[in-house]
Write a protein that binds this ligand. Structure first.
Ligand SMILES: NC(=O)C1=CN([C@@H]2O[C@H](COP(=O)(O)OP(=O)(O)OC[C@H]3O[C@@H](n4cnc5c(N)ncnc54)[C@H](OP(=O)(O)O)[C@@H]3O)[C@@H](O)[C@H]2O)C=CC1
Ligand SMILES: O=C1OC[C@@H](O)[C@H](O)[C@H]1O
Length: 395
């Protein structure tokens, strides 16, 4: 007889767009994705401003009526019933919010981009270590069966030595206009520097994810080589980056990654997923191409040098749960990883270890430095303040 699945009890910090998507995934039956060893429970939800908002959120996601609702993040992290906090606030808030949770003794899954600066990321890692807590950046794409398969193809030598990865995640947010002004107001988190807006921290991180999981993650430890970084950035009228390209050079490994991102042109000009590949992983024996969008690709192709030029296309659909209105977005796989790590006493995920999140933050920080993008002190400080407006919602 199968043993009882390990249940992990989630506390949700913030009630915005991604919190909704993630929670709906938590509420799907793991069996619909052939997972039987872990399951998820939402035991508390918090808005920074009102408990009513948290209650509305639970209704909206058709969540459990037993879940507690809070009108402050401080109350959420103090809830003794919560095993792990999911931080779903804008990236500007991640350092203060994740530290609030770690200081309260909670395990943390924190949305991407992990922080605004590398120093903040290092401080969070140090705190997780000090408190012996689990801590992970929520780069959900890494936990897709598609990503796992592609990493395996690379390490098994299927495309030979990988010399170059080209990766793009861009959306044309300018249409139907043609004047370079995007469809968001300047206050929107995508372009608002007070919320750490800009293409790189929001979208470019996925292009970098592909560069890192194909050129860095697979390098043998402990001699992993961080990249030399060369960046070009055009800035939007708010001062946030709008069009950013980063070359990551790994000279000892003879490889180069090019990560590009933009909010003015799209990886797919028409916005569909059937456009040209978003990612090309190029090796001595062939190439793997991954379909747009880089954060949620549904297929990849393998093109071998030797052979008859045949392209092997592999479809990787995301399982859905008929009992939950056929919902299934793909964020449940990272949640399953958190549950397994907690069950097994692991403090970090081998799929996205702390050192790799930090090196990626260093890469982005260096690119932003080269491009002259600066964020305000309130969101770049690495000094924790439980009373920061980022934690209290200005109350
Ligand atoms: N993994 C993925 O696919 C995705 C990840 N993300 C990441 O998730 C994070 C949140 O993005 P998203 O959900 O789209 O953002 P939203 O603006 O939809 O939600 C953010 C939530 O954060 C809380 N919040 C607290 N302070 C502020 C503030 N000053 N301004 C705005 N919101 C505040 C609010 O919740 P409350 O009122 O309850 O406190 C708000 O609803 C970002 O870091 C983003 O990068 C976003 C989209 C997709
Ligand atoms: O993480 C993300 O993935 C999907 C994008 O649309 C969103 O802006 C970004 O935050």
């Amino acid at each position: 007889m199968a043993s009882t699945p390990y249940t992990i009890k989630w506390g949700i910090m913030a009630t915005g767009g991604i919190a909704e998507t993630f929670c709906k995934d938590l509420l799907t039956d793991p069996a619909t994705r052939s997972v039987h060893d872990v399951k998820h429970q939402i035991v508390a939800v918090s808005s920074s401003t009102s408990a009513d908002r948290a209650a509305e959120f639970i209704k909206k996601i058709d969540g459990p009526s037993t879940a507690k609702t809070y009108g402050s993040y401080g109350e959420l992290v103090a809830d003794p019933d919560v095993d792990i906090i999911y931080v779903a606030t804008p990236h500007s808030h991640h350092f203060q919010n994740a530290m609030l949770a770690l200081e309260a003794g909670k395990n943390v899954l924190c949305e991407k981009a992990l922080t605004v600066t590398a120093s903040q990321a290092k401080k969070l890692v140090a705190k997780a270590k000090e408190k012996n807590l689990f801590f992970m950046e929520a780069v959900w794409t890494r936990y897709f069966p598609l990503s796992i398969k592609i990493r395996e193809l690379i390490t098994s030598g299927e495309i030979g030595t990988v010399y170059r990865t080209l990766a793009d995640l861009s959306f044309n947010e300018n249409t139907p206009r043609t004047d370079g002004i995007v469809n968001f107001p300047d206050t929107h988190r995508m372009v608002n520097k007070d919320l750490a807006g800009g293409a790189l921290l929001d979208l470019g991180i996925y292009a970098l994810t592909w560069v890192f999981q194909t050129l860095y993650h697979i390098q043998p430890s402990p001699t992993k080589e961080p990249p030399r970084v060369l960046a070009a950035i055009n800035k939007y009228r708010t001062g946030a980056d709008e069009n950013t390209s980063i070359i990551c050079q790994f000279p000892n490994n003879k490889s180069i990654g090019v990560a590009t991102t933009s909010i003015l042109v799209g990886t797919s000009p028409h916005g569909t997923t059937t456009a040209a590949p978003a990612i090309r992983i190029q090796g001595s024996k062939g190439e793997i191409q991954v379909q747009h969008p880089a954060f949620r690709p549904l297929s990849y192709s393998v093109i071998r040098k030797q052979g008859d030029g045949k392209v092997e296309v592999v479809e990787c659909p995301i399982p859905t749960d008929p009992a939950r209105g056929n919902w299934g977005h793909g964020m449940f796989w990272e949640a399953d990883e958190c549950a397994r790590c907690l069950r097994d006493g692991k403090k970090q995920s081998g799929t996205l270890p702390w050192d790799e999140s930090v090196v990626i933050m260093e890469t982005m920080e260096e690119a932003l430095r080269q491009g002259g993008v600066e964020y305000p002190e309130l969101i770049t400080t690495d000094v924790f303040d439980a009373k920061s407006p980022l934690n209290t919602g200005n109350k």
